[in-house]
Ligand binder design. Structure first.
Ligand SMILES: [Zn+2]
Ligand SMILES: [Zn+2]
Length: 139
């Protein structure tokens, strides 16, 4: 499989010990297969999130899906200003630019601090991934 953005060959890596991702050695972006996300243990959604109201479809990109070569669609996850490119044609998975995940996890930690509530940034992040998964799945 090749990177949708710079065409370098992707390398398989373990993502935080949770599942495998394909990482680009050149731009450090990563591809997450949708079926890999099935390996995530269940996380609890609130109703709004389950409805997918936090995820907005934005626009078609010119970046090809590493599996089928169809152009990826850009989505935005509103709460954290997170942009994801996903294969909506065949639900293969989605692409994250370098450092996007860490940026979001950082944002979660700040938010947790601001609202003086203990949230576990990592499980919040898992929630986003699972959310994206179920969102793509039903399309
Ligand atoms: Zn790349
Ligand atoms: Zn695809």
């Amino acid at each position: 499989m090749n990177c949708p953005k710079c065409n370098a060959e992707l390398v398989q890596k373990s993502y935080k010990g949770m599942f495998d991702v394909e990482v680009c050695p050149q731009c450090q972006g990563m591809w997450l297969d949708l079926h890999e996300l099935d390996k995530l243990e269940d996380v609890v959604f609130n109703i709004d999130e389950r409805k997918g109201s936090l995820i907005h479809y934005q626009t078609k990109t010119t970046f090809p899906c590493p599996h089928c070569g169809k152009p990826l669609d850009e989505f935005q996850y509103r709460l954290y200003d997170l942009k994801l490119d996903a294969c909506t044609e065949h639900n293969h998975g989605f692409w994250l630019d370098a450092g996007e995940d860490e940026r979001v996890i950082e944002a979660m930690k700040h938010r947790a601090h601001d609202i003086k509530r203990k949230i576990n940034a990592e499980s919040e992040w898992k929630k986003i991934l699972k959310n994206m998964h179920s969102f793509l799945d039903k399309k």
